[in-house]
Design a binder for this molecule. Structure first.
Ligand SMILES: Cc1ncc(COP(=O)(O)O)c(C=O)c1O
Length: 459
């Protein structure tokens, strides 16, 4: 079938409710098909997906193992609501609790949802119900989703710049919502001060002021995905220590980092001896073959809810088809030691990034783990090119932001690679990426950085 892309563009522009770009600046880029680590645009251009869409499609597009399990499931199931069990729900929960998390033995039960936001919000509900307390500590620069609950958790928060001025910011009325208290973002890995991290010092002061008896939980990401920050090595264990001493829970938002992205099943595993109370998972569970999310609770918290009568559930809880994609993905990842593959390919990617950093004065920092690396771009003084950096409210002329210049340069060479915050480029290819494809993307990135050097460092 040939598609009339002109007609489709007209409908898309006329009827779809778009985000991020205003209609006046909207660039219509349509995808015609997706296959493995590549996708093809409506005009026939092939693009190497070096960001796995939103650091989400971790097994590339239309992975045969995931699709085969989904096809089998579709022969038997459509939707079965949560009051009825189904084969795939049991298999998905068993894989998560026993196969991914069995070794450390802290995790009790999982519930499967249809988005990461659902998982985050479920964690908040559970933390508040379990502790009987209301305050949630949330990090600056964090991202937890874009519906009303998760968007109130600070960080990036669905603000709007009105059509009359893209330099203005209007927050959602009611923001900041009561019950969510911000704590500082972690220091970068290369922070070279001495003593306790200032972020932890400040967090402890905030906790002392509020009182642990009022705090239900703190929610953080192992590596801040939206902001692209891998925290200093002392941060996560230090924060967990504060939460334990003051008697509140740690919600570990693994929606972006979980299920192999950082080279471990879950990002928190980079810190030996550190375990969360609740995990919000998503994207990587099924490589985003279908919308997905999951809450994973410690044994104690699981039993608290399982033995109670908890009036909860959404239409999509434990959806057989979503669970089938989780089963297809996790069984394949386990059988083929995909974690090891992530570590190997990630080591090669890091090697290439290190030599790129040595060559380009505009590269200020490379950080990350596994197959999720971020590159921070700086000016001639070594400072962020856009001063607001991770505090950006996405105002002004976005086309001239370094992240978008890099995305445009890479697109010219058939590589999908840019970023969301103005100075930070996110490299998060599928776990199925080959060494040749890493070379192709990094050669393109290398040339794109020449433009940044020229424009922001040498001028
Ligand atoms: C860390 C984190 N939490 C939550 C979410 C929200 O997940 P979803 O978009 O599936 O609702 C995201 C999405 O990018 C995320 O990166």
């Amino acid at each position: 079938m040939t598609r009339d892309w002109q007609e489709l563009e007209k409908w898309d522009r006329a009827y779809y409710l778009h985000g991020v770009q205003a209609a006046s600046e909207h660039q219509y880029t349509a995808v015609d098909s997706m296959d493995g680590n590549w996708f093809t645009l409506a005009d026939g251009t092939r693009m190497l997906d070096f960001m796995s869409q939103l650091i989400s499609d971790s097994m590339g597009h239309r992975h045969p193992a995931i699709h085969a399990e989904l096809s089998r499931a579709m022969e038997r199931y459509g939707h079965a609501y949560f009051g009825l069990a189904n084969e795939y729900r049991a298999r998905a929960a068993k894989l998560i609790i026993e196969n991914l998390l069995g070794e450390s033995a802290w995790a009790g039960r999982a519930r499967i949802f249809s988005s990461g936001t659902d998982a985050v919000e479920s964690c908040i509900t559970m933390a508040r119900l379990y502790t009987g307390k209301s305050v949630i500590l949330t990090q600056a620069h964090s991202f937890h989703g874009m519906v009303m609950g998760s968007t109130m958790m600070r960080g990036y928060r669905a603000n709007i710049s009105p059509a009359s001025s893209f330099d203005k910011v209007q927050d959602i009325p009611g923001f900041p919502a009561p019950g969510y208290i911000p704590i500082p973002a972690p220091e970068f890995e290369d922070w070279d001060g001495s003593g306790r991290l200032p972020s932890l010092e400040a967090t402890e002061q905030i906790v002392n002021a509020i009182g642990g008896e009022n705090i239900a939980a703190v929610i953080t990401e192992p590596m801040l995905g939206g902001a692209g920050t891998f925290p200093h090595r002392d941060y996560t264990a230090g924060l967990r220590d504060i939460s334990k001493r003051h008697g509140f829970l740690w919600i570990d938002d693994e929606v972006i980092c979980g299920v192999g992205r950082l080279g471990e099943w879950f990002g928190y595993m980079h810190w030996p001896g550190v375990e969360p109370d609740l995990i919000a998972a998503g994207k990587g569970l099924n490589g985003s073959a279908l919308p997905v999310g999951a809450v994973i609770a410690s044994k104690e918290i699981s039993e608290h809810f399982e033995t109670a009568r908890w009036w909860s559930g959404s239409t999509w809880d434990g959806h057989p088809l979503i669970c089938a994609t989780i089963v297809g993905n996790l069984e394949y990842m386990l059988a083929n030691d995909i974690l090891q593959q992530v570590r190997q390919r990630g080591a090669y990617l890091k090697e290439r990034l290190d030599s790129i950093q040595a060559k380009h004065p505009s590269v200020g920092r490379v950080s990350g783990r596994g197959l999720f690396y971020t590159v921070d771009l700086v000016n001639g003084e070594g400072a962020p090119i856009v001063p607001e950096d991770r505090n950006s409210a996405f105002t002004g002329d976005l086309a001239n932001m370094p992240n978008n210049i890099i995305a445009g340069e890479n697109a010219k060479r058939g590589v999908f690679l840019g970023g969301f915050t103005p100075n930070t480029i996110k490299l998060g290819p599928p776990f199925t990426i080959t060494q040749d494809e890493i070379d192709l993307a990094l050669d393109s990135f290398d040339q794109a950085l020449d433009v940044i050097d020229e424009k922001f460092v040498k001028s």
